[in-house]
Design a protein around this ligand. Sequence first.
Ligand code: ASP
Length: 339
Amino acid sequence: MARRTFVGSSLATLVGAGLTGANSALGETQMPSGERLASKPPLVISTWPFGKPPNERTLAVLKGGASGLDAVEQGVRLAEADLTNPSVGLGGIPAANGVVQLDACIMSGPGHKAGSVAAVEGFSHPVSIARRVMEETRHVMLVGEGAARFARERGMQTGPKVTPGQKAAWENWRKAQDKEKKKAPNHDTIALLLLTQSGDLFGACSTSGWGYKTPGRVGDSPIIGGGLYVDNTVGAAGATGIGENVLRYCGSFLVVEFMRQGLSPQDACLATLDRIASLDPKGYDLSINFIAVDKKGRYGAAGTGSGFQYSVACDAYSNILQSPGVTTKPIGPVGGNRL
Ligand code: ASP
């Protein structure tokens, strides 16, 4: 079953028990499972259940004395290195020509710095290329062959252009195109946000994008303000789902702006979905999801439809939670009026 729709039995218990804990301040939070969150950051939040090990890696790297930027990079690298993950890294679903094209970005709240790469082929860790774009150039984003050349010049780790398993699935998909319009499989993204003990925010995002996409297609994930946004004075947000539906609304930027206006992270995610649905001809039928954390250490998430699963870790706590979903029309003017 698709990750997006799967809800395991233990998780179903959490969902059934209510979601209020996920929106409370750290230290006050009583999780539905009975666990308590630690009373202070660091806090890591990421998209999907596969974000749980990267969250834990992020905290461990931070605990080892590394910077927040190192921590989010290392967390996301863990997801990228997992060749069984069909959504992130070189194990991802290829583009329509059978070659995996990766998108990634990274942001540092301190200094408001950003780096990004898109449509990179044959490199294992696009998040690290994005970081080097941020640190070693005067640019924010490199794409395609230019990004690959940049990575090659720095001797960055390479890997297969597609894994044997994904190649076989792609060949089947390609054959099926002739007979019936076979649907491309589901795709996901890791967006990972960190609030450090000192109150600084960092984020990173990585994906292989829409399965069997048109080669050269770029989604929301490497776009600053689309799939990721970090504002060190307010909070950070990240997205997963159909990138086109996030990109057209600067989704993660909007979540942060709603937090700036005083909404909690979860309410900011809901308000963003409301705003987008109010403008989009498809209403809530968009398959988009957001995560967010604010400067106070509160966090939340929300998605269209039945919502989605996301991962949270802090101190001795690490768990997978279900976000609320939205399917009904917002009442009143655009954005945030459901609340
Ligand atoms: N947002 C990603 C993209 O559109 C994919 C996903 O998260 O499902 O490339």
